[in-house]
Design a binder for this molecule. Structure first.
Ligand code: ZN
Length: 551
């Protein structure tokens, strides 16, 4: 019996369905079972509603498990084919970690399963094995371990399709370039230039958006109008919006279809003008605009830059398609550190270091994974636990900041930069800048927090502008964010929230779940370009020619 555990999935489903996942098992006879621990007082009916495609199948689960009711501490066994599509999709994505999700389908690396099983699991119908044979030009139905099988998008069950990235644009016309430029510029300018885009239903409970040709529900509606970009939340919300809008297949929505978006999910800037939340947002934006003050420092003389690379050591951060966040963010951090040291007068204070390579850049496309990062506390400490790593970072940063302030350094000349890579819905490509939203800050509050948000926003805008000039992608909607947005709440990463330095930014350099972004990251020229982009943005923020307005 081959039993495979997969931890990240456990945590995820635990939160989503209030069942604790014990394990996923692939048996020798190629059946997949999910084992869950019920919580106190759970019932079969609830389990049916939470996890099963057909909620009445709870009876089958009861029959299979031979328990009168779910008991705390006893795992319930659930066959894969009874599960909801979204749960199945998540399991396949996590279970077959080496599978490549492209816009036209999935490139699946086989373990020991047959073509029939691949068809059954990925398309929902075992009989599709013939179509798979055709699509792969196979001479026989026999397949080998580690063989790559392509599963075309049309055959995948619908929830699995939602993991595929959008088709890259190939033909580029003049109009498209112009349109793209306008779009790119709006990415870093929050104030709506296109006027009011959304209409509202008569009861005002729903916004209506007419989908344009080539736009997908995930990115063009959910990510754009709600700000939500986490994988499962995008899928769930897209499904909900599809249901409300009467759409059956989210991959086949005709252009101009009216899409209904529940008002409660809308970003404030898309709310009607008379909505108090919209007004509150506009006032806040105005305040941030007015608060900004340019800071000049030729050659960055007198500037202190506290540099951080997120993760490291045995904390790899996000992993996608074999790419570790910690490995590639350290490379960018390293390059940025060297650029600042070599080309400016700035005082650069690194928070982490690779014990072996130090600050030597490895000039290779694909980087060797390494775990030898330490945090430069006194004494230095190996990085391992992610949470502890974060706490050590902001504590160390605060100590450095306090020392500088005590020495009489102006706080406007101290900057904190943390390099990360995100793992968002695969349709999203590009960099995101997290700045310290004053309402979400803890270490500083009131006027100082407003000033901090304002200066940080300007710094991010300068970097984002350079990115655009260098053709480095930005998150398609709101590339600069003052908080992380989720369904129920919003928050700031602790390394910003607890950090005393007013001017700071956490840069998610790419979205690791996006195949294009991942590919780019594995090219050293791209990483060099990216580090130079951040570098030039910082220089521009402190330059005398710097635009005196926050725009
Ligand atoms: Zn990270």
């Amino acid at each position: 019996m081959a039993k495979i555990g997969f931890f990240s999935l456990f945590i995820f489903l635990t939160v989503l369905y209030s069942f604790e996942i014990k394990k996923v098992e692939l048996t020798d006879s190629f059946e997949i079972f999910l084992y869950v621990y019920p919580f106190e007082g759970e019932s079969y009916i609830k389990l049916g509603e939470g996890l099963l495609r057909n909620k009445d199948d709870w009876k089958k689960i009861k029959g299979l498990n031979k328990l009168p009711y779910p008991m705390k501490g006893i795992a319930l066994k659930i066959p894969f084919d009874l599960l909801k599509g979204e749960v199945k999709a998540k399991i396949l994505k996590e279970f077959y970690k080496n599978d490549k999700y492209e816009y036209n389908g999935i490139y699946h690396t086989c373990k020991r399963e047959t073509l029939w099983h691949i068809a059954l699991w990925f398309t929902g119908d075992g009989k599709n094995y013939k179509k798979l044979k055709e699509a792969n030009n196979l001479l026989s139905y026999e397949i080998e371990e580690n063989q790559e099988i392509f599963i075309p998008m049309e055959l995948l069950f619908s929830e699995l399709k939602s993991y595929l990235p959008e088709k890259p644009k190939v033909v580029v016309t003049k109009e498209m370039v112009q349109e793209q430029k306008v779009k790119e510029e709006t990415k870093i300018n929050d104030i709506q230039k296109e006027g009011e885009i959304l209409e509202f239903t008569e009861d005002k409970n729903f916004a209506i958006y007419k989908l344009k040709k080539g736009e997908a529900l995930y990115s063009a509606v959910v990510v754009r109008f709600t700000g939500i970009d986490e994988v499962q939340e995008v899928i769930n919300l897209a499904m909900e919006i599809a249901r409300i809008s009467g759409i059956e297949d989210v991959t086949k929505i005709p252009a101009n279809s009216p899409i209904k978006i529940p008002r409660e999910y809308l970003l404030p800037k898309y709310l009607p003008l008379d909505d108090p939340k919209r007004q509150e947002w506009e006032n806040k934006e105005k305040l941030i605009q007015e608060t900004y003050k340019p800071v000049y420092a030729p050659e960055l003389k007198g500037v202190y830059i506290i540099l951080d690379a997120g993760h490291g050591g045995s904390d790899t951060g996000a992993i996608s398609g074999g790419v570790w966040e910690s490995t590639y963010t350290y490379d960018i951090y390293n390059r940025l550190y060297n650029l600042l040291k070599e080309k400016t007068e700035a005082e650069v204070i690194p928070l982490v270091q690779d014990r072996k390579a130090k600050f030597k850049v490895i000039e290779r496309d694909k980087l060797p994974q390494h775990r030898s990062h330490i945090i430069l506390t006194e004494p230095p400490e190996k990085l391992s636990d992610a949470q502890r790593g974060v706490n050590l970072r902001w504590k160390l940063s605060n100590k450095i900041y306090t020392n500088l302030i005590n020495k009489g350094i102006e706080k406007s000349k101290i900057v904190f930069i943390s390099i990360h890579a995100d793992a968002l819905h695969p349709s999203i490509r590009g960099a995101t800048f997290y700045i310290p939203g004053a309402n979400y800050m803890k270490a500083i509050t009131g006027k100082e927090a407003i000033e901090g948000e304002s200066q940080s926003k300007k710094l991010s805008k300068e970097i984002a502008k350079v990115f655009l000039n260098k053709n480095i992608s930005l998150h398609p909607y709101e590339a600069i964010r003052e908080k992380i947005i989720r369904y129920k709440n919003s928050w700031l990463p602790a390394v910003l929230k607890m950090n005393l330095i007013p001017t700071k930014v956490l840069i998610e350099i790419v979205n690791l779940n996006n195949a294009e972004d991942r590919k780019a990251l594995e090219i050293k020229e791209f990483r060099k370009n990216l580090a130079e982009g951040i570098f030039e943005g910082i220089v521009s923020y402190f330059h005398k020619n710097n635009n005196k307005k926050l725009e």
